[in-house]
Ligand binder design. Structure first.
Ligand code: SF4
Length: 448
């Protein structure tokens, strides 16, 4: 549990030297507790106190990284049961399953879907992260070959799945540099997997038949020096798996039970035969509390809703999604092109820019910083009114880019047109549609 300011203060040198940037140790302790200072700012804190403070500050669910580089997946690190309490930190990764018993063309098709099924939404690329390679043949050579193929033909992080440590070791020969997740460590192979994980600096997923045994296995792994652990409670029914997820999260957060303080892996692919049912099950664990979600295959109609659900649940409820203020060129606008203005709430920006694009009329879209508020809310808050819009129009540079003086404002801000004509002398303020869907028809009427 994080220390309070007073508890931190008791561990500090109490010399009030001020080298940390605040005048007293008490002030530093209060800042540290509030997350406004780093412990490293005090050069005089003792090693013993430092160890205690670092231990207390560790998140109750250990963050784990699978893979390397830009595409590495970070899971865990969660601090709350419910999103509205603060936010969820690290979105679950989606994995596609590839078995070494599949034919070459099936493997190729799955890798193609893994690589191609990605979507751009509100300026973000939504895509899956992991390929799970499963040993179904018991053939180390074949497994290694399939892992090599996956590594060469995708940029996803890898899960190696085999209960035989020798086969996992063969898979590691092909992709140890990618820091794959090893699955599953069980009662029977725990020591060997702990050695493999330590030798290759890889995370390891533990599987047990119930939560009590799971906690015993993670304790053994931790004692063996493995810190990066993922949990599989072994449940393969929706009800049991759901209960386990809640109990694991609650034990880690509310009881500070370290043996269950790790992210989880969930297998909807083993809970349903029907792909849509599998997707529905997966959607439940996006919300509660899957760390890695393994699907039997990817199809656009099921993957896209899961990616969007994940995006929504893992956005910070206290921070609206915002687009950067500025001039956005849509199509190839010139000095005669229309100039529209809107707010910087991301959803508004993407709806408006999408409709302008659909109109096929090259245009300039001015995006005014409204702190992520939508047009009506920003207008009501005084952030999208003549007094704030006009200075932005003057300084953003659009006046040098067009030879006309016409500005199209959103229909919901129509009452600002008079004020804007006063603030922007010589400019004609045109009131555009209220709804984005009507923008293409409106732009077709554009003339100088
Ligand atoms: Fe206290 Fe350390 Fe800050 Fe000095 S640097 S005032 S000892 S907390």
């Amino acid at each position: 549990m994080p220390f309070t300011g007073i508890e931190i203060f008791k561990l500090l040198p109490k010399t009030n030297c001020g080298e940390c940037g605040v005048p007293t140790c008490l002030a530093f302790a209060m800042n540290l507790a509030a997350g406004r200072k780093e412990l490293s700012a005090c050069p005089y804190v003792s090693e013993e106190a430092r160890a205690k403070l670092v231990e207390a500050a560790a998140p109750p669910i250990t963050p784990i990284t699978i893979g390397v580089g830009d595409r590495a997946l970070k899971v865990g690190g969660e601090t709350v049961m419910f999103r509205h309490e603060k936010r969820f930190e690290n979105p679950p990764g989606f994995a596609i399953l590839i078995s070494d018993s599949m034919g070459e063309s099936e493997i190729d098709n799955r890798l193609k879907r893994f690589n191609e099924l990605q979507y751009e939404r509100i300026g973000l690329v939504l895509r899956p992260e992991l390929v799970a390679v499963k040993d179904d043949l018991g053939d180390a050579t074949k497994f290694e070959a399939v892992v090599s193929k996956v590594k060469e033909n995708s940029d996803g992080s890898i899960i190696l799945m085999s209960s035989n440590p020798d086969i996992l070791a063969a898979g590691l020969k092909a992709c140890a540099d990618q820091k794959p997740l090893l699955y599953p460590a069980t009662e029977d192979n725990l020591e060997r997997l702990a050695d493999l994980a330590k030798e290759n600096s890889c995370p390891v997923a533990v599987k047990a038949s119930n939560l009590e045994k799971l906690a015993q296995l993670t304790t053994k792994l931790t004692e063996a020096g493995v810190k990066d652990i993922v949990l599989d409670s072994g449940a393969r029914t929706l009800r049991q798996a759901f209960e386990d997820q809640i109990i694991i999260r609650s034990a880690a957060l509310n009881k500070k039970f370290r043996p269950l303080g790790f992210p989880t892996i969930i297998f909807p692919c083993e809970m349903a035969d029907d792909p849509m049912k599998e997707a529905v099950i997966a959607s439940i664990f996006v919300a509660k509390y899957g760390g890695i979600i393994v699907l039997s295959d990817f199809q656009g109609e099921s993957l896209f809703p899961l990616l969007v659900e994940r995006l929504n649940i893992y956005t910070d409820p206290q921070r609206p999604l915002m687009t950067t203020e500025g001039i956005y060129e849509i199509g190839a606008p010139d000095e005669n092109s229309p100039v529209l203005i809107t707010c910087n709430f991301s959803l508004t920006y993407f709806i408006v820019s999408g409709e302008i694009e659909a109109s096929r009329i090259p245009s300039y879209l001015l995006v005014k910083d409204t702190e992520g508020l939508s047009v009506m809310t920003a207008w009501a808050a005084g952030k999208f009114v003549a007094d704030t819009i006009a200075p932005f129009v003057k300084k953003c540079g659009i006046m040098d880019m067009v030879k006309h003086h016409k500005l199209i404002i959103p229909g919901y801000a129509a009452v600002e047109s008079g004020g804007l004509e006063e603030e922007l002398p010589g400019w004609e303020i045109l009131v555009g549609p209220r709804e984005g869907v009507h923008i293409p028809a409106y732009l077709k009427t554009w003339k100088l």
